[in-house]
Design a protein around this ligand. Structure first.
Ligand SMILES: Nc1ncnc2c1ncn2[C@@H]1O[C@H](COP(=O)(O)OP(=O)(O)OP(=O)(O)O)[C@@H](O)[C@H]1O
Ligand SMILES: O=P(O)(O)OC[C@H]1O[C@H](OP(=O)(O)OP(=O)(O)O)[C@H](O)[C@@H]1O
Ligand SMILES: [Mg+2]
Length: 284
């Protein structure tokens, strides 16, 4: 039986469970449940703190886990990314009081508060900056005001928390994060590889389905070549004859973020009845 770790709280918990449900797995109904057995799929899910998930997966006790790339990098556990899941996007950045220009070198000799001390120490070392790293559990943005640090390094989503505390991000992002499926480092080809590959493929199907849409349209035959250039699909589009002579129906997957531009372009080009629909899941 495959044993899989899922975030039990925080920004990643809801979307991770939704993605697993969409991929056909049983998820918990009670937020206090710490395990769920899915006998049909031969998987047991363990609901754990996202920060702890690299430890369980790195020890080999659990086969796969969902966590944030930033948390995975901060952990010293031997784990590797198997799949990017496309949600929980954030950047991890240095920040300090607004009102002056900050550069990375300005951190030399300063106290820097963070919940991700390893990630920060590695980045400071890579830039040759020596600063004192103060480890806090959360609410890091308030630490400067409270006098324990001169600067911070923290997760930035919308940027609202930084603004609210009069802070400004500076320097290149230390890390660009999203939710990732992780496994123990070097465990590809382990005895349960087939089961791990199946869960990975199912999640990949949902990730693709969320990032793509299906486009259908009618196209005059003489414009087909140009229309295919606009919607080349993933492999190549499906083209089928229409009852009316001189027309074909075209079906192709397009990236969700470009769908409206592509629909405008097709309509301008001479396509008719351009329809966009959601994809629930797929295997590529
Ligand atoms: N505001 C946000 N927007 C997007 N992703 C976020 C945001 N906050 C956190 N994350 C992501 O979620 C993960 C951290 O999750 P979470 O906040 O649940 O952990 P935690 O801070 O260790 O736990 P807690 O805050 O409950 O003590 C990281 O991968 C981070 O990049
Ligand atoms: O840029 P924003 O959209 O404002 O989000 C960023 C904030 O969200 C996270 O905090 P969380 O809610 O996890 O609380 P924590 O500080 O206790 O970890 C993160 O640590 C930042 O504080
Ligand atoms: Mg948090």
């Amino acid at each position: 039986m495959l044993r899989v770790a899922v975030p039990n709280k925080g920004a990643l918990a809801g979307p991770a469970s939704e993605m697993l449900s969409e991929a056909g797995y049983r998820q918990r109904h009670e937020s206090r449940d710490l395990t769920v057995l899915d006998p049909n799929n031969d998987v047991e899910f363990f609901f754990l703190r996202p920060k702890d998930i690299p430890i369980y997966v790195g020890s080999g006790e659990l086969d796969l886990g969902i966590t944030g790339r930033d948390l995975a990098l901060d952990s010293t556990a031997p784990i590797e990314e198997r799949l990017q899941l496309g949600f929980g996007g954030s950047t991890f950045r240095y920040a300090a009081p607004a009102g002056r220009e900050w550069k990375l070198d300005d951190l030399a000799g300063k106290r820097l508060a963070t919940s991700y001390p390893n990630l920060v120490r590695d980045d400071l070392a890579a830039h040759g900056v020596e600063a004192e790293v103060i480890r806090l559990d959360g609410a890091v943005e308030i630490s400067i005001q409270l006098g324990v640090a001169e600067a911070i390094a923290d997760v930035v989503g919308s940027g609202r928390t930084l603004r609210q505390h009069g802070l400004i991000a500076f320097g290149d992002p230390i890390c660009t994060s999203e939710a990732v499926l992780v496994q123990r480092a070097g465990s590809n080809g382990s005895p349960n590889e087939r089961e791990k590959a199946q869960l990975t493929a199912r999640l990949q199907g949902v990730v693709f389905a969320q990032q793509y849409m299906m486009l259908d349209y009618d196209c005059p035959k003489e414009l087909l070549e140009g229309a295919i250039a606009i919607t080349p699909g993933v492999e190549s589009p499906t083209v089928a004859p229409l009852a009316e002579d001189g027309w074909v129906a075209v079906r192709a997957m397009v990236a969700r973020k470009h769908v409206n531009n592509i629909m405008d372009e097709l309509a301008e080009f001479g396509a008719k009845a351009v329809l966009a629909s959601d994809i629930r899941s797929c295997r590529m």
